[in-house]
Write a protein that binds this ligand. Structure first.
Ligand code: SOE
Length: 396
């Protein structure tokens, strides 16, 4: 039969050149789906792959749902106890896609068993909890990453590269908002885990704010002081039984940020901004120009360069970040054939696999547990400031 040239997962190892990495996935909901999709797409799109993920096992409390997820995504084994999954020698990379209260214990256990770790954001519910996770991975020397996936949007990485090359000069401002609407009254959202302090740690702050706080650090540098306010607009919501339960996390927060390098700015996140679906937007202003990004137009960047145009046409112009020379784009399509939110997970996981098999550092281009810990310190300081009504210094 004529050789079809058809590659399968097996031959994606480019004649065996790429090693496989056994993945153990905790969680099968939104992030379990996003991560599993990335593991499956990676070998034939980030080609030739640095490593080929092997979907060894998936764990979840509900056996029926976990089995269904294993069937859907192609995991070989099913566990209802993550402790059992971590004992499986085939699992080399532990992927924690569970809720925030299920991050610390499994990740610490995985580190102690010598597993590399990818943990969803936020790393933990508090800085103290994040510190225990950072200690565990530091002691054991495993590779560790936090899924702050917006660092892996090509337009965001381009912004980072331009800033790192000095193209903006001195940075004056960073301002970011992360606006959603899905828990406004007209959605009728019940008392879900993201609205429960014991499970989530915080509300919009940890879920959305952690992303833009990570981008503030990634693009501008370390914050030195914050001054914040928080608000909970809907004070109680029905739980599974229908009984009204107090909401003990923030529905929204706003914070000023003073950076170590002299820049000042603001970060704000809410799920009560009607009309905004997933509006993660930032702007950086420097002496030589400005850069503006909006996740709802993920393949674009607005840039302004001082003195680079006739004064009559000075102002922002919009670029389509989809050329082969833009970050990760040589793996995808010709210019203008845009990619999406899911591809950021492929980029980040590929970066981690490369760090694992080629003994490379995860940071600074990917968030590791140090980044996750520092993020948690800043989140704690924002809550402290909102509580005390005073500015709070950032101390790692
Ligand atoms: C829900 O707010 C959510 O799914 C976050 O948890 C994700 O981190 C963000 O990327 C999209 O919105």
């Amino acid at each position: 039969m004529a050789e079809t040239g058809f590659t399968t997962m097996a031959s994606a190892q480019a004649g065996g050149a790429a090693p496989t990495i056994g993945v153990g996935m905790l969680g099968y909901a939104f992030m379990g789906k996003a991560h599993s999709n990335a593991y499956k797409k990676l070998p034939y799109m980030m080609y030739p792959p640095v490593a080929v993920p092997k979907l060894v096992a998936i764990a979840g409390r509900n056996e029926q749902a976990t089995r269904a997820a294993a069937q859907r995504f192609g995991y070989a084994k099913v566990y209802t106890d993550w402790r059992e999954m971590l004992k499986d020698d085939e699992v080399q990379l532990f992927d924690n896609g569970g809720p925030n209260n299920a991050h610390a214990e499994p990740c610490i256990a995985a580190a102690n068993l010598g597993k590399h770790i990818l943990c969803e954001k936020p790393l933990a519910r508090t800085a103290a909890e994040a510190a225990t996770m950072l200690d565990a991975v530091t002691k054991t020397g495993v590779k560790h990453a936090v899924m702050f996936n917006y660092r892996f949007v090509p337009a965001v990485r381009l912004a980072r590269d331009l800033i790192e090359q000095g193209k903006l000069g001195q940075i004056y401002h960073f301002r970011a908002v992360y606006l959603q609407e899905w828990i406004m009254p007209h959605y009728g959202t019940p008392h879900i885990w993201r609205l429960d302090k014991q499970q989530a740690g915080s509300g919009a702050l940890g879920d959305l704010g952690s992303h833009i706080i990570d981008l503030a650090r990634f693009l501008v540098g370390e914050p030195r002081r914050v001054s914040a306010a928080t608000q909970t607009f809907i004070k109680e919501r029905p739980d599974d039984s229908g009984a009204m339960k107090k909401v003990d996390v923030d529905d929204a927060f706003v914070s000023t940020v003073e950076f170590e390098n002299g820049a000042i700015g603001s970060v704000e996140a809410t799920r009560f901004a009607g009309g905004h679906k997933n509006y993660n937007s930032f702007e950086v202003n420097g002496e030589k120009g400005s850069i503006r990004f909006n996740l709802e137009r993920m393949n674009e960047l607005d840039v302004f360069w001082v003195g680079e145009e006739p004064k009559e046409t000075q102002g922002f112009h919009n670029i389509n970040v989809s050329e082969s020379y833009h970050p990760w784009w040589s793996n995808w399509w010709p210019q203008g054939h845009i990619i999406g939110w899911e591809h950021t997970f492929v980029h980040e996981i590929n970066h981690l696999l490369d760090a694992i098999v080629n003994h490379k550092p995860v940071a600074p281009y990917c968030a590791d547990f140090t980044d996750g810990y520092r993020n948690a310190v800043i989140c704690d300081a924002i809550l402290q400031s909102a509580e005390d009504g005073r500015r709070v210094d950032i101390q790692y």
